[in-house]
Design a protein around this ligand. Structure first.
Ligand code: TRP
Length: 337
């Protein structure tokens, strides 16, 4: 039995994080709070997708800083580089190489149908570059290089994962079993966190109203103020009920961060006002996010540690990804050196 357990291959989860934009409380509740435990159950790989960010014009110095900050944030959220693979995409040449090869197996028609391409090209009509168009191919390569079982993707990236799966089928039909078929990873439990300003909409970091979302690095007073301003309703009862979207959202957040059930919360706040409740939710969120903010402040200042960690990560990721890449090169007919 012991033997069997030892030799069983741990399933692999891989995720890419854009360096532009911060994690929200929604990301925390939906995924990040389980990252720590996930590392024991799976082989996890996280990388900062800096190459993907180039599809939109960036300020070079700002992009460098955001890349390093995103890397530090992954570590601050509990990813342990001794257990998981953490790296920066552009440090591993295999990504750009596989991107070219796979682009010759992706069709113009299917890439034209990607909703993100359609949205982004409408939004940046003055810069509809080829990278924006082939973005899903780069992403397919990111994934397939590491042969993962699961890829956690939000709704906006689902179509790109479907595209990746189509590439796998196409490629494997031509050349045999080269790529493992990745599945979307759906977290077991996970409350959907809604906007604090419009609780019928999902909380989003790209909301133009900054009061609509909580960033996991927001200062305590900022978090408290955002909760104080949260949109609720004109009643005064704190209970989970159809139609009370704002209160339902706050109850769901409070329940996740405190571990209290809805019944307990309703009892604790009986006879109290929305103001008291909003403050309690804000304070509970502040406490929950405190370790991440403190870790981030410490780690992001430690440039030597960050450098050492991303260099090691790049070396490991290069080793793993090159195994897949050399197989691919051989299959498609490139001459080995
Ligand atoms: N496109 C993803 C996003 O915008 C980031 C990403 C790049 C990614 N490569 C990936 C996510 C590979 C998962 C797997 O969020």
């Amino acid at each position: 039995m012991e033997e069997a357990v030892k030799t069983e291959r741990k399933k692999v989860i891989l995720s890419g994080i854009q360096p532009t934009g911060v994690f929200t409380l929604g990301n925390y509740i939906g995924a990040i709070r389980n990252w720590d435990k996930m590392q024991d159950e799976y082989n996890c790989a996280y990388f900062v997708a800096d190459l993907h960010s180039l599809t939109v014009r960036q300020d070079p110095a700002a992009l460098r800083k955001q890349t390093l900050d995103a890397f530090a944030l992954v570590l601050a959220c509990g990813i342990d580089p001794e257990k998981s693979l953490v790296f920066i995409q552009s440090h591993v040449p295999s990504h750009a190489e596989l991107n070219w090869i796979l682009s010759c197996y992706a069709q113009f028609g299917e890439l034209s149908r990607m909703t993100q391409f359609k949205d982004k090209s409408a939004k940046h009509a003055d810069n509809v570059n080829a990278g924006l168009f082939t973005y899903p191919v780069l992403m397919a390569g990111d994934i397939l290089l590491y042969q993962p079982d699961f890829v956690p993707v939000g709704a906006d990236q689902k179509q790109h994962l479907e595209f990746t799966r189509d590439i796998v089928t196409r490629f494997n039909n031509l050349y045999g079993n080269v790529f493992r078929m990745p599945e979307a990873y759906i977290p077991k439990e996970g409350a959907r966190v809604m906007s604090l300003q419009d609780p019928t909409k999902k909380m989003s970091k790209s909301d133009e109203n900054v009061n609509a979302f909580v960033s996991i690095l927001d200062e305590p007073n900022v978090i408290i103020n955002k909760f104080k301003r949260a949109v609720t309703d004109s009643e005064k009862e704190i209970c989970y009920r159809e139609g009370k979207d704002g209160i339902n959202n706050l109850m769901s957040i409070y329940s996740v961060v405190t571990g209290l059930t809805y019944e307990q919360i309703e009892k604790d706040f009986e006879g109290k006002g929305y103001g008291d409740f909003k403050l309690a939710v804000g304070e509970a969120v502040v406490e929950k996010l405190r370790p991440i903010r403190e870790n981030f402040n410490r780690i992001s200042k430690d440039k030597a540690y960050l450098e050492e960690t991303y260099r090691k990560g790049a070396e490991m990721a290069t080793g793993i990804s090159e195994r897949t890449l050399s197989k691919v090169k051989k299959k498609v007919g490139l001459l080995a050196k």
